[in-house]
Each structure stands twice: as structure tokens, then as C-alpha cells.
Design a protein around this ligand. Structure first.
Ligand code: MG
Length: 395
């Protein structure tokens, strides 16, 4: 019979897991190649340990409780609020990613707290109007340092969020900041030294979630139909799985069953493939895994089918005429606001006028606009174009 570590009885301590117990619990639960809390390099501003939460559980809560996280509820993922009530927002997408990532992390015995934190953080830097907003800001900031939502997420959690009286930012652990930094430099992360497995899992969970829920949303909105989807290998594979589990379903129930199966089969394939990879890594530490360039991924068959699905979604959904017209109008508003504020920085809210003195007008305008929700950006655009003087509102 396996022996268990000696956890204290509840009566001995008011909390079952003090910081030392978190480390002990991880030692018991995590694989050798998971990243344990005890190896954390800490924070820029040292803090005493929390009595019953490990460092990454604290990071997760800091992200969850920050204002930029709440604003995700007002940011579009792919489709705007004008296009219906069914589809995902940036916030619900984030929770779906966290759910998928946590499931994968638990199955692979990786650090769930670290994984969940990275997942909740991963899209926090998205500007309003989805990818259209990001493309527009990237073009507007060309020659002035550019714009990437992954980089802006780091600006939010290290500079713009105010949680402590003595310094700016959330003071997150180095591993969380490093993981997000890896996302901001994906090309470098794809070769040589590999990102932590927890970082890789979030990246994979992100694409599993959006590929599946974009199919769901686009079908529900009638942008695509099931007949054309059946041309795709991954869809056929998922439909076969549905048929085996539930028999023939009416079209009304088929969409949900299909999307559920799409997530399930991709997660299952990833776990199967990752387990094969990690079998050869038993006993290795997270550091050794990174140095060895170990990367998780799908089986070659599913990877090819996912590429086919993503290429289809790009043409049939992300470039759909209904979406393109909404994107163009949103992009025009954002561009007008960007150019107008660069030319009239006195109309920035006080916090961003001050910030312009530190980072320059262009970056301050970009930060101000990127932090907005879709609707808030609409309202400030209206204010800017209808009112000839006075600063706009801070978010
Ligand atoms: Mg995402």
C-alpha cells in the first residue's frame, strides 16, 4: 500500500495547507517535470508567504481580481455584441481556456495553479474589437515600438494595474511573467530551449478552445453550415465519435454534441501524444525538460486536421462579409480616436497624460485605447468626435 505524507489534522492548524504544506502537497501530486512552487524565483518586490495559499494560487487570485480581467467581459472574441447573444466574449473564452488547460495539467500532473494563472492572464492584453483592434494598433504603432496584446498584458500587470501603495503592478511571480513573456515572443520560444510545460499547455488549450467554440458560434449564427463543415477531417472524426456515443442526433442537438466532441477528441489526442513524449522524461526536472527542448503537441494526424480546420475558419468565418463590415467600422473608429489623441494629447485622461511624459504620447495613447472595452471605446469615440474640448474618461 502506498504511504501518504503526514498532513496535519484540521484541529492542529486553522488551515489545512500552510506554505510548507503547499510544497509538500505538490511533491506528492506533481510529476518531476512540473514546475513546483518551491522553485519559484519569487517576485520583484519580495513578500512574506501567505499562510494558506501557494505563490501561484496568489497570482491566480490577483489576476482574477484585477480590473483588466473584469473588462474582458466587454471585449469581443471574434463576434461583436451586435451579432447576437449566444457567442463567446473574451472573458468566457478565457474561462474555457482555463478549464481545458487545468484538465490537461491535472492529467499530466503539472502545476495546476501555475497553469490556471497563465490561462486567466493569457488574453488580458487584448484591445477592443478583437483581432481587428490588434491589427489596427499594430499598424498605428509601426515605427513606434509596435503593438502586441501579449506584450500589453505584461504592461498591464507590471505597470497599469495598481494594487500596492509603494509600487505599480500586481507583483506576480517571475514564472508567471516569464510564461506570458514567452507568449509575446512565440517565434523565439518555438526553437531551442522550450517554455515550461505549464506554458505550453495554456497555448495548446487556447487553440483547442477557440477552434471548437468558433465552430459552435459560427454555426449558431448561420455563418457556416454543417454540410460544408463535413468536408473537414477533424469534423468528420468528431461526428464519428458523436455517432458512436449517441447514435444519430437531430440537427438541433448535433451542434452541441459536435462541439463537445471536438474539445474532447483534441484534448484526448493531446494527452495521448504528450504522455508518449513525457514517458521518456520520467525523473527529469522542469529545468531539464526546458533545456532538452521538449515540446508537447498533437499527433501528426490530428495536427494536420486542425490546420485544415483553422484554414477553413480563417476564410469562411473570420473573413465572412458580415464580420468584415463590423470590423471595418470598428477599425475606423479606433483609428480616428488614435490619430485624434496623438494630435491632441491634452484630451487624454490625466493618468495617461502623466504616462505620456514617461513613455511618449504614442505609447500612452496605445495603452489607453488597448485597455478599453468595445462599448467604452464606442462611447469615447462619440465623445471625442462630438465634443471639441476636454479630456476623455479613464477606464
Ligand atoms: Mg485566447
Amino acid at each position: 500500500m502506498t504511504s501518504r505524507p503526514n498532513l496535519p489534522a484540521i484541529a492542529e492548524t486553522p488551515w489545512a495547507l500552510d506554505a510548507g504544506r503547499v510544497a509538500e502537497r505538490e511533491l506528492w501530486l506533481l510529476a518531476s517535470y512540473a514546475f513546483p512552487s518551491r522553485d519559484s524565483a519569487g517576485r520583484v518586490h519580495p513578500e512574506v508567504e501567505h499562510p494558506y495559499r501557494g505563490p501561484f494560487a496568489r497570482d491566480r487570485d490577483r489576476v482574477l481580481h484585477c480590473s483588466a480581467f473584469r473588462r474582458l467581459s466587454g471585449k469581443m472574441q471574434v463576434f461583436t455584441g451586435e451579432m447576437g447573444e449566444y457567442h463567446r466574449t473574451r472573458l468566457t473564452h478565457t474561462f474555457e481556456v482555463a478549464s481545458v488547460a487545468r484538465t490537461i495539467a491535472r492529467a499530466l500532473r503539472l502545476n495546476e495553479d501555475l497553469t490556471e494563472t497563465l490561462a486567466l492572464l493569457h488574453d488580458i492584453g487584448h484591445p477592443p474589437y478583437g483581432h481587428c483592434g490588434e491589427d489596427l494598433l499594430a499598424a498605428a504603432m509601426e515605427g513606434n515600438g509596435g503593438f502586441s496584446h501579449n506584450q500589453f498584458a505584461l504592461t498591464i500587470v507590471t505597470e497599469l494595474e495598481q494594487r500596492f501603495t509603494d509600487f505599480a503592478g500586481l507583483n506576480l511571480s517571475h514564472e508567471v511573467l516569464g510564461g506570458q513573456d514567452t507568449r509575446a515572443h512565440k517565434a523565439e520560444a518555438a526553437i531551442g530551449r522550450a517554455p515550461l510545460l505549464e506554458v505550453q499547455v495554456v497555448d495548446l488549450a487556447d487553440s483547442i478552445a477557440y477552434d471548437s467554440h468558433d465552430v459552435d458560434d459560427a454555426l449558431q449564427m448561420g455563418l457556416i453550415d454543417q454540410t460544408e463543415l463535413r468536408r473537414l477531417g477533424l469534423i468528420r472524426r468528431a461526428l464519428e465519435g458523436v455517432r458512436k456515443k449517441s447514435g444519430e442526433l437531430p440537427p438541433s442537438r448535433l451542434r452541441q454534441a459536435l462541439v463537445h466532441e471536438l474539445v474532447d477528441l483534441q484534448v484526448g489526442d493531446l494527452l495521448w501524444s504528450a504522455s508518449e513524449t513525457l514517458r521518456a522524461c520520467q525523473g527529469l526536472s522542469a529545468e531539464e525538460i526546458r533545456g532538452g527542448g521538449v515540446r508537447l503537441g498533437h499527433s501528426p494526424e490530428v495536427a494536420a486536421e486542425r490546420m485544415e480546420l483553422e484554414s477553413y475558419l480563417f476564410d469562411a468565418v473570420y473573413r465572412h462579409p458580415r464580420l468584415m463590415s463590423v470590423r471595418r467600422a470598428a477599425g475606423d473608429r479606433l483609428r480616428r480616436l488614435f490619430d485624434g489623441l496623438v494630435a491632441n494629447p491634452e484630451r487624454l485622461p490625466l493618468r495617461f497624460r502623466t504616462r505620456a511624459n514617461q513613455v511618449g504620447v504614442w505609447r500612452a495613447v496605445s495603452d489607453y485605447l488597448a485597455g478599453m472595452t468595445d462599448r467604452f471605446c464606442d462611447s469615447q469615440h462619440l465623445l471625442f468626435t462630438q465634443q471639441t474640448a476636454g479630456p476623455l474618461t479613464d477606464w
